[in-house]
Write a protein that binds this ligand. Structure first.
Ligand code: 5GP
Length: 108
């Protein structure tokens, strides 16, 4: 199966503005930002969507949310922010690799 665009970013095959990376995830700026701050928080594990998460992924999910909280601080989103996950076709998911949008920097 062809790699998704996010897997290619994880594998450093295509460029992205990466702002954070660790063993479990990578975070980069969305190429079409919908807010002054629009980051994509992407696990390195290839999980197609939120719906494919299993109990085994619970620690990973906790880690992703901890990273989101840390980045919200670093990007000074002190007045709040929005975390978005689009799941599947009806959810408007366009990249089949689990990711969370972190949006902020304005009144949404
Ligand atoms: P989804 O619609 O699946 O929830 O979100 C996919 C997001 O990935 C969109 O907001 C889109 O702008 C972003 N995106 C798609 N291709 C690329 C890319 O090549 N690089 C970056 N940085 N973002 C991308």
């Amino acid at each position: 199966m062809a790699k998704t665009i996010f897997k290619q970013i994880i594998d450093k095959e295509i460029p992205a503005q990466i702002v954070y990376e660790d063993d479990l995830c990578v975070v980069f700026h969305d190429v079409h930002p919908q807010a002054p701050v629009h980051l994509l928080v992407v696990p390195k594990k290839e999980i197609v969507s939120f719906n494919e998460l299993t109990a085994e992924d619970t620690p990973l999910l906790g880690h992703l949310f901890a990273v989101i909280q840390k980045l919200a601080k670093e990007f000074h989103l002190d007045n709040g922010y929005r975390i978005v996950n689009n799941c599947g076709k009806d959810g408007g998911q366009s990249v089949a690799h689990l990711h969370f949008h972190l949006l902020g920097g304005c009144q949404l």
